[in-house]
Design a protein around this ligand. Sequence first.
Ligand SMILES: *Cc1c(COP(=O)(O)O)cnc(C)c1O
Length: 386
Amino acid sequence: MNIQELDREYVAGTYARFPVVITAGKGSLVTDINGKDYIDMTSGIAVNSFGACDEVWYKAICEQAAKIQHMSNLFYTEPCAKLAQMLCERTGMKKVFFSNSGAEANECAVKAARKYAADKKGADYYTVITLKNSFHGRTITMLSATGQDHYHELFRPLTPGFVHAEPDNLDYIKTLADAHKTAAIMIECVQGEGGVVALSEEYVKGVAEFAKENDIVLIVDEVQTGNGRSGQLYSYMNYGIKPDIVSTAKGLAGGLPLGATMLGDKVKDTLQAGDHGSTFGGNPVACAGGVSILRRIDEDLLEGVRKKSKFLFEAFTGAEGIEKVSGMGLMMGLKTVKPAKEVVNACIAEGVLCLTAKDRVRLLPALNIPDDLLAKAADVIKKCCA
Ligand SMILES: *Cc1c(COP(=O)(O)O)cnc(C)c1O
Protein backbone atom coordinates (compact mmCIF):
# COMPACT_ATOMS: atom_id res chain seq x y z
CA MET A 1 0.00 0.00 0.00
CA ASN A 2 1.19 3.54 -0.65
CA ILE A 3 1.11 6.12 2.14
CA GLN A 4 -2.32 7.51 1.29
CA GLU A 5 -3.84 4.02 1.21
CA LEU A 6 -2.10 3.04 4.44
CA ASP A 7 -3.35 6.17 6.17
CA ARG A 8 -6.91 5.65 4.95
CA GLU A 9 -6.78 2.05 6.15
CA TYR A 10 -5.35 2.63 9.62
CA VAL A 11 -5.73 6.27 10.69
CA ALA A 12 -9.09 7.32 12.12
CA GLY A 13 -10.96 9.06 9.37
CA THR A 14 -11.43 12.38 11.16
CA TYR A 15 -9.69 14.48 8.50
CA ALA A 16 -10.68 15.22 4.93
CA ARG A 17 -7.02 15.32 3.84
CA PHE A 18 -5.82 16.86 0.60
CA PRO A 19 -4.30 14.15 -1.64
CA VAL A 20 -0.72 15.29 -1.02
CA VAL A 21 1.98 13.50 1.00
CA ILE A 22 4.51 16.01 2.34
CA THR A 23 7.96 14.58 2.99
CA ALA A 24 10.20 17.58 3.69
CA GLY A 25 10.38 21.34 3.80
CA LYS A 26 12.69 24.30 4.13
CA GLY A 27 11.35 27.69 5.14
CA SER A 28 8.21 28.47 3.15
CA LEU A 29 8.74 25.70 0.60
CA VAL A 30 7.61 22.14 1.19
CA THR A 31 8.11 19.08 -1.02
CA ASP A 32 5.79 16.18 -1.66
CA ILE A 33 6.60 12.51 -2.18
CA ASN A 34 6.83 12.98 -5.93
CA GLY A 35 9.39 15.77 -5.57
CA LYS A 36 6.95 18.57 -6.37
CA ASP A 37 7.58 21.85 -4.48
CA TYR A 38 4.85 24.01 -2.98
CA ILE A 39 4.84 27.50 -1.50
CA ASP A 40 3.35 26.91 1.91
CA MET A 41 0.66 29.47 2.79
CA THR A 42 -0.56 27.35 5.73
CA SER A 43 2.47 26.80 8.03
CA GLY A 44 0.71 23.77 9.45
CA ILE A 45 -2.27 25.96 10.50
CA ALA A 46 -0.19 28.80 11.94
CA VAL A 47 2.18 26.43 13.73
CA ASN A 48 5.50 26.62 11.87
CA SER A 49 6.03 30.28 12.76
CA PHE A 50 9.36 30.50 10.94
CA GLY A 51 8.52 27.91 8.30
CA ALA A 52 9.75 24.36 7.89
CA CYS A 53 12.94 23.24 9.63
CA ASP A 54 14.11 26.76 10.42
CA GLU A 55 17.78 26.47 11.35
CA VAL A 56 17.80 28.47 14.58
CA TRP A 57 14.74 26.64 15.87
CA TYR A 58 16.04 23.23 14.80
CA LYS A 59 19.35 23.83 16.57
CA ALA A 60 17.58 24.94 19.76
CA ILE A 61 15.37 21.85 20.00
CA CYS A 62 18.16 19.42 19.05
CA GLU A 63 20.47 20.87 21.69
CA GLN A 64 17.78 20.46 24.33
CA ALA A 65 16.89 16.93 23.17
CA ALA A 66 20.56 15.98 23.54
CA LYS A 67 20.53 17.20 27.17
CA ILE A 68 17.22 15.91 28.52
CA GLN A 69 13.98 15.41 26.60
CA HIS A 70 11.49 15.29 29.50
CA MET A 71 11.54 15.29 33.29
CA SER A 72 7.93 15.65 34.52
CA ASN A 73 6.64 18.73 36.29
CA LEU A 74 7.77 17.39 39.66
CA PHE A 75 11.23 18.77 38.84
CA TYR A 76 12.45 22.14 37.62
CA THR A 77 13.84 22.51 34.09
CA GLU A 78 15.38 25.60 32.54
CA PRO A 79 13.50 26.05 29.22
CA CYS A 80 10.10 26.03 30.95
CA ALA A 81 11.11 28.67 33.53
CA LYS A 82 12.81 30.82 30.88
CA LEU A 83 9.90 30.72 28.47
CA ALA A 84 7.46 31.65 31.25
CA GLN A 85 9.66 34.61 32.16
CA MET A 86 9.81 35.76 28.54
CA LEU A 87 6.03 35.49 28.11
CA CYS A 88 5.37 37.45 31.31
CA GLU A 89 7.91 40.15 30.51
CA ARG A 90 6.54 40.64 27.01
CA THR A 91 2.85 40.74 28.05
CA GLY A 92 2.74 42.01 31.62
CA MET A 93 1.00 38.79 32.63
CA LYS A 94 2.20 37.28 35.93
CA LYS A 95 2.25 33.47 35.70
CA VAL A 96 2.10 30.81 33.00
CA PHE A 97 0.66 27.30 32.96
CA PHE A 98 2.03 25.11 30.17
CA SER A 99 0.13 22.38 28.34
CA ASN A 100 0.29 20.79 24.89
CA SER A 101 -2.47 22.23 22.78
CA GLY A 102 -4.90 25.06 22.29
CA ALA A 103 -7.86 23.18 23.75
CA GLU A 104 -5.88 22.45 26.90
CA ALA A 105 -4.70 26.06 27.18
CA ASN A 106 -8.36 27.12 27.08
CA GLU A 107 -9.38 24.43 29.60
CA CYS A 108 -6.87 25.87 32.06
CA ALA A 109 -8.17 29.38 31.37
CA VAL A 110 -11.73 28.31 32.17
CA LYS A 111 -10.65 26.40 35.29
CA ALA A 112 -8.77 29.44 36.60
CA ALA A 113 -11.71 31.75 35.83
CA ARG A 114 -14.27 29.47 37.46
CA LYS A 115 -12.17 29.03 40.58
CA TYR A 116 -11.60 32.78 40.80
CA ALA A 117 -15.33 33.48 40.51
CA ALA A 118 -16.24 30.72 42.97
CA ASP A 119 -13.75 32.05 45.54
CA LYS A 120 -14.82 35.65 45.05
CA LYS A 121 -18.55 35.52 44.32
CA GLY A 122 -19.76 32.00 45.04
CA ALA A 123 -19.83 28.60 43.35
CA ASP A 124 -22.95 29.47 41.33
CA TYR A 125 -20.94 32.07 39.36
CA TYR A 126 -19.72 29.61 36.75
CA THR A 127 -21.18 30.75 33.42
CA VAL A 128 -18.67 31.45 30.67
CA ILE A 129 -19.81 33.65 27.79
CA THR A 130 -18.19 33.00 24.42
CA LEU A 131 -19.14 34.28 20.98
CA LYS A 132 -21.19 32.77 18.21
CA ASN A 133 -19.00 31.65 15.33
CA SER A 134 -16.06 31.10 17.73
CA PHE A 135 -13.75 28.11 17.92
CA HIS A 136 -12.04 27.06 21.13
CA GLY A 137 -11.07 23.41 20.64
CA ARG A 138 -12.26 19.82 20.48
CA THR A 139 -12.53 18.54 24.05
CA ILE A 140 -16.12 18.14 25.21
CA THR A 141 -15.83 21.32 27.29
CA MET A 142 -14.21 23.36 24.52
CA LEU A 143 -16.84 22.14 22.06
CA SER A 144 -19.34 23.53 24.52
CA ALA A 145 -17.40 26.82 24.52
CA THR A 146 -17.31 26.85 20.72
CA GLY A 147 -20.24 28.90 19.43
CA GLN A 148 -21.06 26.85 16.33
CA ASP A 149 -23.91 24.37 16.56
CA HIS A 150 -22.60 21.96 13.94
CA TYR A 151 -19.69 21.07 16.26
CA HIS A 152 -22.15 20.18 19.03
CA GLU A 153 -24.75 18.00 17.45
CA LEU A 154 -23.08 14.57 17.62
CA PHE A 155 -21.63 14.87 21.08
CA ARG A 156 -24.33 15.84 23.54
CA PRO A 157 -24.56 16.19 26.45
CA LEU A 158 -21.91 18.90 26.43
CA THR A 159 -20.42 20.55 29.51
CA PRO A 160 -22.97 22.95 30.98
CA GLY A 161 -22.26 26.57 31.82
CA PHE A 162 -21.48 28.06 28.41
CA VAL A 163 -23.62 30.62 26.58
CA HIS A 164 -22.93 32.32 23.27
CA ALA A 165 -23.24 36.01 22.44
CA GLU A 166 -23.63 37.68 19.06
CA PRO A 167 -20.19 39.09 18.08
CA ASP A 168 -19.78 42.86 17.73
CA ASN A 169 -22.98 43.52 19.70
CA LEU A 170 -22.17 45.03 23.08
CA ASP A 171 -25.76 45.18 24.32
CA TYR A 172 -26.19 41.48 23.59
CA ILE A 173 -23.22 40.40 25.71
CA LYS A 174 -24.17 42.75 28.57
CA THR A 175 -27.72 41.40 28.63
CA LEU A 176 -26.42 37.84 28.59
CA ALA A 177 -23.97 38.56 31.41
CA ASP A 178 -26.74 40.09 33.50
CA ALA A 179 -29.02 37.11 32.89
CA HIS A 180 -26.42 34.60 34.14
CA LYS A 181 -24.06 34.39 37.07
CA THR A 182 -21.04 35.02 34.90
CA ALA A 183 -17.50 33.93 35.73
CA ALA A 184 -15.78 34.79 32.46
CA ILE A 185 -16.03 36.13 28.94
CA MET A 186 -13.82 34.39 26.39
CA ILE A 187 -13.19 35.86 22.92
CA GLU A 188 -10.91 35.50 19.90
CA CYS A 189 -10.07 39.01 18.65
CA VAL A 190 -9.94 37.49 15.16
CA GLN A 191 -12.23 34.50 14.76
CA GLY A 192 -9.98 32.08 12.88
CA GLU A 193 -11.94 28.91 12.19
CA GLY A 194 -15.03 31.12 11.96
CA GLY A 195 -13.80 32.61 8.67
CA VAL A 196 -10.92 34.90 9.74
CA VAL A 197 -13.14 37.71 10.98
CA ALA A 198 -11.69 40.47 13.17
CA LEU A 199 -13.86 41.95 15.91
CA SER A 200 -14.23 45.74 15.91
CA GLU A 201 -12.06 47.82 18.21
CA GLU A 202 -15.07 49.51 19.77
CA TYR A 203 -16.57 46.14 20.68
CA VAL A 204 -13.42 44.58 22.12
CA LYS A 205 -12.73 47.70 24.19
CA GLY A 206 -16.36 47.75 25.36
CA VAL A 207 -16.24 44.09 26.40
CA ALA A 208 -12.97 44.62 28.28
CA GLU A 209 -14.39 47.62 30.12
CA PHE A 210 -17.63 45.81 30.98
CA ALA A 211 -15.70 42.76 32.27
CA LYS A 212 -13.50 44.96 34.43
CA GLU A 213 -16.43 46.90 35.92
CA ASN A 214 -18.20 43.66 36.83
CA ASP A 215 -15.17 41.67 38.00
CA ILE A 216 -15.74 39.16 35.20
CA VAL A 217 -12.56 37.38 34.06
CA LEU A 218 -11.68 38.34 30.49
CA ILE A 219 -10.03 35.49 28.58
CA VAL A 220 -8.57 36.12 25.14
CA ASP A 221 -8.03 32.95 23.09
CA GLU A 222 -4.81 33.66 21.18
CA VAL A 223 -4.26 30.08 20.07
CA GLN A 224 -4.27 31.04 16.38
CA THR A 225 -3.85 34.83 16.53
CA GLY A 226 -0.92 34.77 18.94
CA ASN A 227 2.85 34.76 18.71
CA GLY A 228 3.25 37.45 16.06
CA ARG A 229 0.56 36.29 13.66
CA SER A 230 -1.56 39.46 13.96
CA GLY A 231 1.33 41.87 13.48
CA GLN A 232 1.65 42.32 17.25
CA LEU A 233 2.95 39.69 19.67
CA TYR A 234 -0.66 38.97 20.71
CA SER A 235 -3.71 40.19 18.83
CA TYR A 236 -5.26 41.89 21.88
CA MET A 237 -2.33 44.34 21.70
CA ASN A 238 -3.87 45.73 18.50
CA TYR A 239 -6.94 46.69 20.56
CA GLY A 240 -5.32 48.42 23.52
CA ILE A 241 -6.90 46.10 26.11
CA LYS A 242 -5.45 44.07 28.97
CA PRO A 243 -7.03 40.62 29.38
CA ASP A 244 -6.98 38.74 32.68
CA ILE A 245 -6.03 35.48 30.95
CA VAL A 246 -4.42 34.83 27.56
CA SER A 247 -4.31 31.33 26.12
CA THR A 248 -2.05 30.40 23.25
CA ALA A 249 -0.59 27.37 21.46
CA LYS A 250 -0.22 26.79 17.67
CA GLY A 251 2.79 28.98 16.72
CA LEU A 252 4.32 29.25 20.19
CA ALA A 253 6.94 26.50 19.84
CA GLY A 254 7.40 26.79 16.08
CA GLY A 255 6.15 23.29 15.27
CA LEU A 256 6.18 21.34 18.52
CA PRO A 257 3.08 20.84 20.67
CA LEU A 258 2.97 23.51 23.37
CA GLY A 259 0.09 25.37 24.97
CA ALA A 260 0.39 28.25 27.40
CA THR A 261 -2.18 29.90 29.65
CA MET A 262 -0.97 33.28 30.86
CA LEU A 263 -2.53 34.47 34.08
CA GLY A 264 -2.72 38.19 34.87
CA ASP A 265 -2.78 39.97 38.23
CA LYS A 266 -6.35 39.05 39.03
CA VAL A 267 -5.92 35.29 38.74
CA LYS A 268 -2.19 34.78 39.17
CA ASP A 269 -2.57 32.90 42.45
CA THR A 270 -5.94 31.27 41.81
CA LEU A 271 -4.62 27.84 40.83
CA GLN A 272 -2.65 26.22 43.64
CA ALA A 273 -0.61 23.00 43.92
CA GLY A 274 -2.84 20.08 42.93
CA ASP A 275 -5.50 22.23 41.23
CA HIS A 276 -4.24 21.55 37.71
CA GLY A 277 -1.49 19.67 35.91
CA SER A 278 -0.19 18.02 32.77
CA THR A 279 2.33 15.25 32.20
CA PHE A 280 3.84 16.68 29.04
CA GLY A 281 3.06 20.36 29.64
CA GLY A 282 6.20 22.50 29.77
CA ASN A 283 8.22 19.80 28.09
CA PRO A 284 11.83 21.03 27.83
CA VAL A 285 12.23 20.36 24.09
CA ALA A 286 8.97 22.15 23.24
CA CYS A 287 9.85 25.04 25.58
CA ALA A 288 13.35 25.33 24.08
CA GLY A 289 11.59 25.68 20.73
CA GLY A 290 9.33 28.32 22.28
CA VAL A 291 12.26 30.31 23.68
CA SER A 292 13.95 30.32 20.27
CA ILE A 293 10.75 31.45 18.51
CA LEU A 294 9.70 34.11 21.01
CA ARG A 295 13.16 35.65 21.12
CA ARG A 296 12.94 36.29 17.37
CA ILE A 297 9.45 37.77 17.37
CA ASP A 298 10.87 41.25 17.89
CA GLU A 299 9.75 44.64 16.58
CA ASP A 300 11.58 44.10 13.24
CA LEU A 301 9.86 40.79 12.65
CA LEU A 302 6.46 42.24 13.57
CA GLU A 303 7.00 45.19 11.25
CA GLY A 304 7.76 42.63 8.52
CA VAL A 305 4.50 40.79 9.29
CA ARG A 306 2.56 44.05 8.98
CA LYS A 307 4.26 44.88 5.66
CA LYS A 308 3.60 41.44 4.20
CA SER A 309 0.02 41.71 5.40
CA LYS A 310 -0.42 45.06 3.68
CA PHE A 311 1.01 43.59 0.50
CA LEU A 312 -1.50 40.72 0.57
CA PHE A 313 -4.48 42.97 1.39
CA GLU A 314 -3.56 45.22 -1.53
CA ALA A 315 -2.94 42.31 -3.88
CA PHE A 316 -6.34 40.72 -3.18
CA THR A 317 -8.63 43.72 -2.63
CA GLY A 318 -10.73 44.20 -5.74
CA ALA A 319 -9.12 41.24 -7.58
CA GLU A 320 -11.31 39.28 -9.96
CA GLY A 321 -13.30 36.55 -8.18
CA ILE A 322 -12.53 37.91 -4.68
CA GLU A 323 -15.49 39.54 -2.96
CA LYS A 324 -13.96 40.32 0.38
CA VAL A 325 -10.60 40.25 2.14
CA SER A 326 -10.68 39.85 5.93
CA GLY A 327 -8.33 39.18 8.81
CA MET A 328 -5.31 40.76 10.43
CA GLY A 329 -1.56 40.43 9.99
CA LEU A 330 -0.66 37.16 8.27
CA MET A 331 -4.02 35.61 9.04
CA MET A 332 -6.23 36.28 6.09
CA GLY A 333 -9.59 35.17 4.73
CA LEU A 334 -10.74 35.53 1.13
CA LYS A 335 -14.42 35.41 0.31
CA THR A 336 -14.32 34.06 -3.21
CA VAL A 337 -16.92 33.84 -5.96
CA LYS A 338 -15.96 30.22 -6.63
CA PRO A 339 -16.37 27.78 -3.71
CA ALA A 340 -13.32 28.14 -1.40
CA LYS A 341 -12.53 24.43 -1.60
CA GLU A 342 -12.39 24.59 -5.38
CA VAL A 343 -9.96 27.52 -5.23
CA VAL A 344 -7.76 25.71 -2.71
CA ASN A 345 -7.64 22.56 -4.85
CA ALA A 346 -6.67 24.65 -7.89
CA CYS A 347 -3.94 26.41 -5.87
CA ILE A 348 -2.52 23.08 -4.72
CA ALA A 349 -2.40 21.84 -8.30
CA GLU A 350 -0.49 25.04 -9.14
CA GLY A 351 1.97 24.52 -6.28
CA VAL A 352 0.56 26.74 -3.53
CA LEU A 353 -0.81 25.26 -0.29
CA CYS A 354 -3.78 27.14 1.21
CA LEU A 355 -6.59 26.27 3.63
CA THR A 356 -10.25 27.03 4.04
CA ALA A 357 -12.17 28.45 7.01
CA LYS A 358 -15.92 28.10 6.59
CA ASP A 359 -16.71 29.60 3.17
CA ARG A 360 -13.38 31.44 2.87
CA VAL A 361 -9.92 30.68 1.58
CA ARG A 362 -7.61 31.02 4.59
CA LEU A 363 -3.97 32.07 4.38
CA LEU A 364 -1.51 31.60 7.25
CA PRO A 365 2.01 31.82 5.80
CA ALA A 366 5.16 31.70 7.92
CA LEU A 367 5.86 35.03 9.62
CA ASN A 368 9.15 35.33 7.72
CA ILE A 369 7.97 34.16 4.28
CA PRO A 370 10.32 35.80 1.74
CA ASP A 371 8.68 38.60 -0.26
CA ASP A 372 9.35 36.93 -3.64
CA LEU A 373 7.59 33.71 -2.57
CA LEU A 374 4.72 35.73 -1.13
CA ALA A 375 4.30 37.62 -4.41
CA LYS A 376 4.43 34.38 -6.40
CA ALA A 377 1.84 32.74 -4.15
CA ALA A 378 -0.44 35.80 -4.36
CA ASP A 379 -0.31 35.65 -8.18
CA VAL A 380 -1.26 31.96 -8.20
CA ILE A 381 -4.08 32.51 -5.69
CA LYS A 382 -5.47 35.45 -7.69
CA LYS A 383 -5.34 33.38 -10.87
CA CYS A 384 -7.20 30.51 -9.18
CA CYS A 385 -9.88 32.86 -7.79
CA ALA A 386 -10.60 34.54 -11.13
C1 LIG B 1 -6.77 25.72 16.78
C2 LIG B 1 -7.52 26.48 17.82
C3 LIG B 1 -7.85 25.90 19.06
C4 LIG B 1 -7.58 24.45 19.35
O1 LIG B 1 -6.23 24.16 19.40
P1 LIG B 1 -5.75 22.62 19.43
O2 LIG B 1 -4.26 22.74 19.58
O3 LIG B 1 -6.18 21.99 18.17
O4 LIG B 1 -6.38 22.02 20.63
C5 LIG B 1 -8.46 26.68 20.00
N1 LIG B 1 -8.76 27.98 19.76
C6 LIG B 1 -8.46 28.57 18.58
C7 LIG B 1 -8.79 30.00 18.38
C8 LIG B 1 -7.84 27.84 17.57
O5 LIG B 1 -7.59 28.40 16.40
